[in-house]
Design a protein around this ligand. Sequence first.
Ligand SMILES: *Cc1c(COP(=O)(O)O)cnc(C)c1O
Length: 405
Amino acid sequence: MTRPARSGLDTDQVDTLCTHLPLQREDSAVAPSIPWSATFVAEDAQDFARMASQPRHPRYYTRYGNPLHEQLAAQVTSLEARDAPGGTAAHAGLVSASGMGAISTVLLGLLRAGDHVVAQTNHYMATAKCFSELLPRLGVRCTLVDQTDLSAFEAAMTPETRLVMLETPVNPTCAVTDLRAVAALAHSRGAVSVCDNTFASPINQQPLALGVDVVVHSATKYLSGHHDAMAGVVVASQGLIERLWPTQICLGAVLSPMDSFLVLRGLRTLALRVRQHNRIALELASFLEQHPKVERVLYPGLPSHPQHALAASQMSGFGGVMNLMIAGDYAATQRFVQALRLPAQAVSLGGVESLVVHAAAMWGGTLNDAELAVAGIAPNSVRLSVGVEAAEDLRADLEQALRSV
Ligand SMILES: *Cc1c(COP(=O)(O)O)cnc(C)c1O
């Protein structure tokens, strides 16, 4: 069991929650040490019996738990649940080797053959594959709906619907889902609502406080923030985490002690970084939107985003990712991406360095033209993950690259 966060300190201030490790240290070092061990020694025979029967014991066997897993789960729980009903104490977390490790634990842990799921037409690609291939293969029926259409969620619900999967803002189009309304709908029908909060981070959006039951993260992105670790996290009520636990140990997507350390290190500056991403991305999005070589910018922080009012009602900042459409064809878009000097052409997002991908090239290998159109990916779509470089340098670089369009 996760011990209460920062015993004796009762705060919901994200700067404090990020800066201080939540759990008491076992030695006097300020930074956590990395427990490089797959297994842990019991004090005596009775202690061994206790270790073997306690779920998520932090010093038993690393697939079951590890001191840094416990620390990381507690820290993300304190951030995600700080304003949720029951607060941090009513919630718990699980860590996984990747975002997909976290998402598959939730889906396979809560669903069985005969169940029905409602999910969005647009999701992170591997999440979408769970609904188009993995779950149907196991006898779970999935209905995909336009995330911007509340009535579509309502129409898709059946008596067998056990889970509603949400992702907002969504990868890569930055469309937004109404978390309060869909969570309330799911509750009224007895289904569990799950939100992938990777794009927003708990600094900008807290789905649990808006009524969602389960939050999942690719901690590979903003939570770690440096493009050097892979990890996933689930945060939910204590009861739901207990339900997921047996599946987690079967799936075996074990977070390594080193990556646990790296994500904890990244979390120390999460609030600082995310505020900087928010500020720079909004500034660049406003600049790009006015540029004649840019056809359209989709960024939830821009008043021109079709769901800006909704985004502003459930987010306190809008993150670093935007979807821009270049005023040109596929080849012109390739020239633009190629001419950029600061953002590297690489998948992933949410780190301190800006990264860019030509969306149609990234997804063109797996989706046909019709599927690309449904996913909102045009030949001229570019996903830009704005880092924390100087805004004027990024702006100058974007400006020079747009000359080659
Ligand atoms: C990257 C990503 C994932 C998958 O995370 P991994 O750590 O790569 O497994 C899931 N959801 C979103 C929104 C992502 O951006």
